[in-house]
Design a protein around this ligand. Structure first.
Ligand code: UD1
Ligand code: CA
Length: 460
């Protein structure tokens, strides 16, 4: 027998036809994470072991996408109903004795605190089944909670309900705690004689009552938690709710958000206090932002580390980059993967960087491309500088050592190395290495023909 008292099964075999998508429903993203990752995260935080995900439609895709979560997968070859889906997990739970948390892969807004309360009630009452319910103004489509007096006696699906039962506003969220092995024994007796011809997990409630077992129900005060995602309208609504929750959390942590309705922060992003986010800012992936930064408007940052006191101005796009403290970026800068700024840098308007390692205090203020390069500290890159890193077949590196001054409109034809304290004259095409403290200049000498224009005019 296992030591653990709590296991979890997450149902995710359904196709989600109404999403009209090639992608399985539970892989559609909510605040940057697949839908199923949300209930799986609840199970993990409650210490459930094992946690079993029941897959079916698009099983291979779902399992590949969620492999890193470390959960066990079982397949439900045919979607014969929620009761059948749980039975598919039975072999994995053969040795398990204790309480089973049943979650749905498409109910992502459920809160951990609610599950803790559910667990508390279940244990206090020594229940065989405890169901999480919600009061909805419009309960259409959900299973209804049928009570006699205060006691839950059963759950009846919309399609099987009488006109009177359809008026019940307390609905089944599809979230339960069950005692194992009781629930599996109960399920083996459940048939599929109903409007959908499915094996209903909900029938376990009536079986438990007939067997004289305790059935409890906890009503969540927040109907949003019960929201199941069946189509893209609900997905967008859930996204808005999750966005508000995430933004509220950051606001409470000391982040200023000028307009929370137009600021999009994915789950897992970290932001330091006294940072200000302006409208249209999108922070995604494993992004970590320091304190006292100003970001936006309309800035997108994906999987970046941004240190303290960084100012990222309008229209800039950053991905997989590391930004040192006190740096100024944008407006309209494009920092592509592998950009590493040491600190106190300036990357100005229309500057693009890629695999660029840039030392402390170095600046590229305007209209520049820096790719596959390494810059020391105190380097000044003039307007219109280009590292010509690609010869059509291979990429080559440009190295510019400390305190080099690069005049405007310079091209570095890589591979090339510029020694420290050198000066590159404006308009140069640099094809050979430059030793330290040198002047390099490669433009054609200027020709002046005096009076040329005047003579041309008189000729006409
Ligand atoms: C189910 C409940 C209903 C409840 C509602 C809450 C039953 C019979 N009904 O209805 O009382 O109000 O959820 O959202 O349980 N799934 C499988 N295999 C299957 C069928 C479903 O894995 O064979 C999974 C789905 O992927 C989904 C979850 O179970 O994650 C719920 O299935 P769904 O078809 O959406 O159930 P509802 O009809 O909405
Ligand atoms: Ca259904």
């Amino acid at each position: 027998m296992m030591e653990t008292q709590l296991a979890a099964v997450v149902l995710a075999a359904g196709q989600g036809t109404r999403l009209k998508s090639k992608r399985p429903k539970v892989l559609h993203p909510l605040a940057g994470r697949p839908l199923a990752a949300w209930p799986l995260d609840c199970a993990r935080q409650l210490g459930c072991a094992p946690t079993v995900l029941v897959t079916g439609y698009g099983a291979e895709q779902v399992e590949a996408a969620l492999a890193a979560t470390g959960v066990d997968f079982v397949r439900q070859p045919e979607q014969l109903g929620t009761g059948h889906a749980l039975l598919c997990a039975r072999p994995v739970l053969e040795d398990f004795r204790g309480t089973l948390l049943l979650l749905c892969g498409d109910v992502p807004l459920l809160r951990l605190e609610t599950l803790r309360r559910l667990l508390q009630l279940h244990r206090d009452r020594q229940a065989a089944v405890t169901v999480l319910t919600a009061e909805l103004d419009d309960p259409y489509g959900y299973g209804r909670i049928v009570r006699v007096g205060n006691q839950v006696e059963g759950i009846v699906e919309e399609k099987d309900a009488s006109a009177e039962q359809r008026r019940i506003r307390e609905i089944n969220t599809g979230i339960y705690l069950f005692e194992v092995p009781f629930v599996f024994e109960a399920l083996t007796g459940v048939g599929c004689d109903n409007a959908q011809g499915e094996y209903y997990l909900t029938d376990v409630v009536a079986v438990a009552r007939r067997a004289g077992r305790t059935v409890c129900a906890l009503a969540t005060g927040d109907a949003d938690e019960a929201m199941g995602i069946n189509d893209r309208v609900q997905l967008a609504a859930a996204e808005a709710i999750m966005r508000r929750r995430i933004n509220t959390m950051h606001l409470r942590n000391g982040v200023s958000i000028l307009d929370p309705e137009t600021t999009y922060i994915e789950a897992g992003v970290e932001i330091g206090a006294d940072t200000t986010l302006l409208p249209g800012t999108i922070l995604r992936g494993a992004t970590i932002i320091g304190s006292d930064c100003a970001i936006g408007p309309h800035v997108t940052i994906d999987a970046c580390r941004v240190a303290d006191r960084v100012n990222i101005k309008a229209g800039s796009v950053l991905a997989e980059s590391d930004i040192g403290p006190g740096t100024d970026i944008g407006p309209m800068a494009h920092l592509r993967p592998g950009t590493r700024l040491a600190g106190e840098n300036k990357i100005g308007n229309f500057v693009e960087t890629k695999k660029a390692e840039i030392g402390f205090g170095s600046k590229a203020s305007h209209l520049t491309y820096l790719g596959d390069c390494e810059l020391g500290s105190g380097v000044n890159i003039g307007c219109g500088t280009i590292t010509c890193n690609y010869d059509g077949v291979n990429k080559h590196r440009t190295v510019i050592e400390d305190n080099v001054f690069v005049g405007s409109d310079t091209q570095f034809v890589a591979p090339v190395r510029i020694g420290r304290d050198s000066l590159i004259g404006a308009g140069s095409t640099i094809t050979r290495d430059v030793p330290p403290e040198s002047l390099a200049l490669s433009r054609a000498e200027q020709k002046v023909v005096e009076g040329w224009v005047r003579r041309r005019k008189t000729k006409k």
